[in-house]
Design a protein around this ligand. Structure first.
Ligand code: 5AD
Ligand code: SF4
Length: 459
């Protein structure tokens, strides 16, 4: 009799790097016989892949663990055992504390030790409660199994760089993800080729500071992100490349030029500016002024005028006055972002920002965030509406919300819905954009485009 597969449920919090890590954890556990399930109550192993960027992150994990415990008890009553692992940045930051505070937890594993997961599961099965939060010398990337790809996955993430040496004074990343590390280019090329052979058409390169990439190149020299992207663009069936998240200080000339020169590099750039006042930017240790940021945007737009710009902004950093906040609004207005993520400052223990005088009262932060978000929303809507009437190449990734619909992404990362057959999934086709809704665009297939025939790539 063959043993039925064990079930694995991963709940992912936070950024795309965590989404990538979750995929890799699932792949790392496949050889041990684990299959993914959407239902936690069906799972023999539950992993919480946690994020530490926001306030009370650890508390939220402990309350989530309360729900996991109830699930474990309910399964136990049905005669089923459940193993529980906490992964990600809260695991890294809390370590042993999780084992002490949450008896339900069997395994604690930091982001740098994912490749050891199968071994940790085996240890836990013997009754141990392993905690693995070292930054081990044996790289997790080389030790992880090959990519297997999700079901008909069209767009995939690939982490190329981890960690950060920038030490913005509000941010926990340099502490939770450690120092900057870039994967060797040959390893990344092999992973992307593997994904391409599985049908992936679009790859988003991930890193906390992705444009600081400086991995060993195939020729032995250190490669920049631009060099790496240009190399990946040579893989024939990869049609689209993206990358995130970038730091303004690391936008070099080659990378800026690539937006104009490499048609596979999509016209979308996520470039946080965090604040518009130079005094606040200095207190944040951002290493750039508002003027430098805006000049940089001008240079990027000179090479690629239609680029969609995205950003992160924090309101209410310690010492932020009404004038400082106005400067943040002004930058956003002048740039005109297609997309933006904005946050109230939250003091993170252990970061220099948490020690600063002049913490801004919560109601003020709340008010500023509401004002900012209203303005950003107008700007996003304006960008979306400007694409109505245009013909855009759309990479189709899956079924739409309604029957007979397919869903994809424009070059500017907008979700696009059209009526069309499922055979479009995995292909690029031209769409005449007819309307912009709150979260997506709708359009019609270009009439001259014969999508019932074998699809030709429009890009
Ligand atoms: N408070 C508020 N926002 C934060 N971010 C990072 N740390 C904090 C914090 N302590 C935001 C930044 C960053 C994004 C990922 O999260 O804008 O770019
Ligand atoms: Fe955090 Fe700043 Fe590094 Fe981004 S650049 S990960 S905000 S320290």
């Amino acid at each position: 009799m063959t043993q039925s597969p064990k079930k694995l449920h991963i709940k992912t919090f936070g950024c795309q790097m965590n989404a990538y890590d979750s995929e890799r954890m699932a792949e790392a556990l496949q050889p041990a016989g684990f299959e993914l399930t959407e239902a936690m109550d069906d799972a023999d192993l539950v992993i919480l892949n946690t994020c530490h960027i926001r306030e009370k992150a650890a508390e939220k994990v402990y309350s989530e663990l309360g729900r996991v415990r109830l699930n474990k008890e309910a399964r136990k009553a049905r005669g089923r055992d459940t193993m529980v692992a906490v992964a990600g940045c809260v695991a890294q930051a809390e370590g042993e504390e999780i084992i002490a505070r949450a008896p339900v937890v069997d395994i604690v594993v930091g982001p740098q030790s994912l490749h050891r997961l199968a071994g940790l599961v085996a240890d836990a099965a013997k009754g141990k409660r392993p905690v693995e939060t070292e930054f081990p010398a044996d790289g997790k990337f080389t030790a992880l199994p090959k990519r297997t790809g999700g079901k008909r996955q069209v767009s995939a993430f690939v982490t190329v760089q981890e960690g950060c040496d920038k030490f913005c004074t509000f941010c926990v990343v340099p502490y939770t993800r450690g120092a900057e590390y870039s994967r060797p280019a040959s390893e990344i090329v092999a992973e992307v080729e593997q994904l391409a052979s599985l049908g992936v058409r679009e790859v988003t390169l991930l890193g906390q500071n992705v444009n600081a990439y400086h991995g060993d190149g195939e020729d032995g020299a250190a490669w920049s992100l631009a060099r790496l992207l240009a190399r990946l663009a040579k893989i024939p069936s990869i049609a689209r490349l993206r990358f995130t998240t970038s730091h303004p200080r690391d936008m070099d000339d080659d990378l800026i030029a690539l937006f104009g020169d490499e048609e596979k590099l999509m016209p979308y750039l996520h470039l946080p500016y965090q604040a518009g006042s130079d005094r606040i930017l200095a207190a944040m240790n951002r290493k750039h002024t508002a003027e430098e940021y805006e000049r940089l945007i001008e240079r990027i737009r000179a090479g690629r005028p239609d680029i969609a710009l995205s950003t992160d902004i924090i309101v209410g950093f310690p010492g932020e006055t009404d004038e400082d906040f106005q400067a943040t609004l002004d930058v956003a207005k002048r740039v005109g972002f297609a997309q933006a993520f904005s946050f109230k400052y939250s003091a993170r223990p252990g970061t220099p920002g948490a020690e600063l005088d002049g913490q801004v009262p919560e109601p003020v932060k709340k008010e500023r965030l509401a004002v900012l978000q209203a303005q950003l929303e107008d700007s996003r809507r304006a960008f979306d509406h400007a694409t109505v009437g245009r013909r855009l190449p759309v990479l189709f990734e899956g079924k739409g919300r309604k029957p007979g619909q397919v869903a994809g992404r424009s070059p500017y990362l907008q979700a696009v819905y059209v009526d069309g057959p499922e055979t479009l999934i995995g292909h690029i086709a031209e769409v005449d954009i007819s309307a912009a809704g709150p979260n997506s665009l709708t359009g019609v297939m270009n009439a001259g485009f014969e999508w019932r025939e074998p699809i030709r790539a429009a890009v």
